[in-house]
Design a protein around this ligand. Structure first.
Ligand code: ADP
Ligand code: MG
Length: 612
């Protein structure tokens, strides 16, 4: 009998030691799952299908996803990505043939009850996860999921929730165009500006990425959420109806014709003419159609995409000859018409040797592999950074930066703050984003109040404020009262998404106003100091004026009045000068108060006690 093998404690043998990671392209029309296998990113197939249609069918007793749904089924839920992370107010409910429950949250009626877009997405994700775990015969360690660059925080959060519901550990959400650039290995280049042209089934996205010091930054996005392959199908469908006098009255005929049109369109990407007999309405039709005869009618759609590209270039302040590469993404970019026009427009060869409908999943798989710590080549780590600094408002309309811009995320930083007034029991935490010194010149992200601070002298309370930005750029701010152990900890999740142009503008403003900002800060700080001295002196006068001669008292009061009036005039050197005068004038007063308090502290105590 062969001996049983026992591995060393803590060191299990392969393959149990491997961390299985996947990349998921959760598309509007199609989704894909990929993984790095033997060092190479590969699409994981579902019964020989590489693309999983992003559609779900709820039946009484089962949930079918993607290719498992029979083609004749009705009540299929399509394109749920258009709804995720949105409220009813955000969409035109009439445009969508869905039953919506009676609240601002979106719900879709199914035989299994009302389903939220998150639940529907999670059913797609479950399917993708199952494809992967079936392939490996093992549990999946974690996934990178892609989202459109324009997705706001709510949509990103909702995507993460869907993943959680599906039992997927999200290593990171990354932008679809970034994943595409990653698939092409553009991260191994030194630097460059890349355009990602993504024409899918029903959406068109254009993104401009800047790659610099190991980081892809999305510098502009544009697109059209109702432009994609489906529109080309419609053109072909109408062309067929006219050319072959087809009867397309019923809904079923329409649906069938859509499929035929799509089939013809896809064929015409690899051949110049389509010649096949097609069965329609129980009749056979010999269809002969050439790309050249129909191509002309595609032009208005192509032009629409070009307009978006121009807008994005304009926003990024770039001309075509500054573009270092153009990546073609999305099934519809297989169309020769698109390829030719884009090549011409950008005046360069396109990056199109990877399958355009697979490139996002491939990039995500590579990123997941790297994030799980298995990649040997550390250079290719894809980093994300905070585009602008994050901080809070402090006295004098000033910003205290807690996380500086360009910090690599995820990141957490804490800083202690204190009270300004004696006995202060509340503190407002106002979270801002930006590079300017003055609060109002920055972007306000949200605010909350720390309550129940035990009354203490000014400056004694300690409030620890923690900023945390997770790998998906989601920001959490919490505050905790430290001195007495009373814990008041609050979280806010501000709407954090910001348009790239706004970022640019903010950075430019911070450079052009650097000098003014410096002046503003030093003036504000002088005023804070001056006010604090005024307040302290006022209190001292109130409590202990018997320690002063009349002359001393009037001198101090004169200095105080001077300082008050200088504060309103905002001349920094004057404020400084009069603050110093007040300090000098009240020096002996402070001395007397101190002597007295030492005296009273010592009264009645013997020398041994004092030395303790
Ligand atoms: P999404 O990212 O929106 O989920 P995809 O990138 O998968 O969508 O693109 C789907 C679209 O690509 C469909 O309209 C489909 O007809 C189109 N498509 C797929 N293959 C081809 C092809 N060979 N020629 C033309 N269009 C294609
Ligand atoms: Mg896509």
């Amino acid at each position: 009998m062969a001996l049983l093998q026992i591995s060393e404690p803590g060191k299990s043998t392969d393959p149990h030691n491997r961390k299985l990671t996947i990349g998921i392209d959760l598309g509007t029309t199609n989704s894909l799952v990929a993984s790095v296998i033997s060092g190479e990113a590969k699409i994981l197939e579902d019964n020989n299908y590489r693309l999983i249609p992003s559609r779900v069918l709820y039946e009484q007793d089962q949930i079918l996803v993607g290719n498992d749904i029979p083609s004749h089924a009705v009540s299929i839920i399509n394109s749920v990505k258009r709804l995720i992370g949105k409220k009813k107010d955000d969409i035109n409910a009439n445009d969508i043939a869905l039953d919506l429950a009676d609240s601002n949250d979106i719900f879709i009626q199914t035989p299994q009850g009302f389903k939220s877009p998150i639940q529907v997405s999670s059913d797609i994700l479950k399917k993708l996860k199952k494809i992967a775990s079936d392939y490996f015969g093992d549990e999946i360690y974690g996934a990178v999921i892609t989202v459109p660059a324009y997705f706001n925080e709510g949509q990103r959060q909702a995507t993460k929730e869907a993943a959680k519901l599906a039992g997927i550990d999200v290593l990171r959400l990354i932008n679809e165009p970034t994943a595409a650039a990653y698939a092409y290995g553009l991260d191994t280049k030194k630097e460059g500006v890349f355009v990602v042209y993504d024409l899918g089934g029903g959406t068109f996205d254009i993104s401009i990425l800047q790659f610099n010091q190991g980081v892809f930054e999305v510098i502009a996005t544009n697109g059209n959420s109702s432009l994609g392959g489906d529109d080309f199908d419609q053109i072909i469908k109408n062309y067929l109806i006219n050319k072959y006098q087809l009867n397309s009255q019923g809904l079923e005929e329409q649906a069938h014709l859509n499929l035929i049109a799509k089939y013809i369109k896809e064929k015409l990407s690899s051949q110049n003419t389509f010649n096949e007999t097609i069965k329609f309405n129980n009749q056979n039709y010999q269809i002969d159609i050439s790309l050249s005869e129909i191509e002309e009618s595609f032009i208005p759609l192509v032009d629409k995409t070009i307009q978006c590209v121009k807008n994005a270039l304009n926003d990024a302040n770039l001309s075509i000859d500054e573009i270092d590469g153009v990546i073609m993404v999305g099934g519809s970019t297989r169309m020769p018409t698109i390829q030719n026009h884009m090549k011409q427009f950008f005046n360069q060869d396109l990056l199109n040797d990877l399958n355009p409908d697979e490139v996002v999943a491939i990039g995500a798989a590579r990123q997941a592999f790297v994030l799980s710590g298995q990649a040997v080549d550390d250079d290719t780590l894809l980093l994300d950074v905070t585009p602008l600094s994050l901080g809070i408002e402090t006295m004098g309309d000033l910003v205290e930066r807690i996380i500086p811009r360009n910090s690599t995320i995820p990141i957490a930083k804490a800083q202690e703050f204190t009270t300004y007034k004696d006995g202060q029991t509340m503190m407002k935490i106002h979270v801002v984003q930006g590079e300017r010194e003055k609060v109002s010149e920055n972007r306000s992200l949200g605010e909350f109040v720390v309550k129940d601070i035990p009354p203490m002298p000014a400056g004694a309370a300690k409030i620890k404020v923690t900023f945390q930005v997770d790998a998906d750029s989601l920001l959490t701010v919490s505050a905790e009262e430290q001195t007495t152990g009373t814990k008041t900890s609050i979280e806010i999740k501000p709407s954090y998404s910001i348009n790239e142009n706004e970022i640019r503008k903010m950075l430019e403003d911070s450079f052009t106003n650097a000098e003014d900002d410096k002046k503003f800060r030093s003036l504000a700080e002088l005023i804070i100091d001056a006010n604090q001295i005024l307040e302290l002196t006022e209190k001292a006068l109130h409590n202990d004026q018997q320690l002063l001669s009349d002359h001393e008292k009037t001198t101090i009061e004169k200095c105080m009045n001077n300082l008050k009036s200088e504060i309103t005039k905002k001349n920094p050197s004057k404020i400084k000068q009069v603050t110093d005068e007040l300090n000098n004038a009240s020096m002996s007063f402070a001395q007397k108060r101190m002597d007295r308090s030492i005296h009273s502290a010592l009264t009645g105590k013997n020398i041994n006690e004092i030395n303790k």
